[in-house]
Write a protein that binds this ligand. Sequence first.
Ligand SMILES: [Zn+2]
Length: 222
Amino acid sequence: MRRCPYCKVEISGDLTKCPLCQSKLTGNGEAACYPKFEAQKKQSLYYKMQLAIVWGLLIVGIGLDFLVRLRLPGFPDLHWSLISGMWLIGFEFGIMRQFKPGTGSAGKVTMMALITIVMWCVTAYFFGLMKITVNLVVPIALAATVTANFVLALLDKNGNTMAYLLSAMFMGIVPGIISFFVSEKMPIAWAICLMVSVILFAGAVIFRGRAVAAELQRRFHV
Ligand SMILES: [Zn+2]
């Protein structure tokens, strides 16, 4: 057993430094008390590698764009490196959330879907793709998010998924209704998104009725 000369405590295991004061321990160590976390170390190496690559891409992009003034054909005034930088930072944020404990997969799916939708809208705005985005891409992405959350809600035993399912439906239903009243004809993708949301809401009530009721009560205090 090793001993810390300052804290006057004996430390079992193979530690070489005092866990209290970080001083060097004296005496002979013994077999390790805790297993080594090799998986974590490896994960952290991959994490650092991709972080370095993303950081490199970010800097190279900004350099080519602002210093060399390399522009995309057809978009002479567009600072494309800021858009690609946004995607890289969004990607990094997504990776960070994957490693973060305590968030369920429904939370991750919903969060990433929303961030991706917002980033896509920004990109589409600068590339002049707003119409197809609003009429097609956003409703399809929302419908896909609702569907993914519905599957997760059926698998989930702890009821942590219902909140995400209902809020994703809310995001699918409300803009659909708005577009119904604003424009004469609802874009077909919004109609599909609306129908998917309503069908899956009925499915959630049928299969997980109690969880739906509990979640609505919690959200709206009824
Ligand atoms: Zn000590």
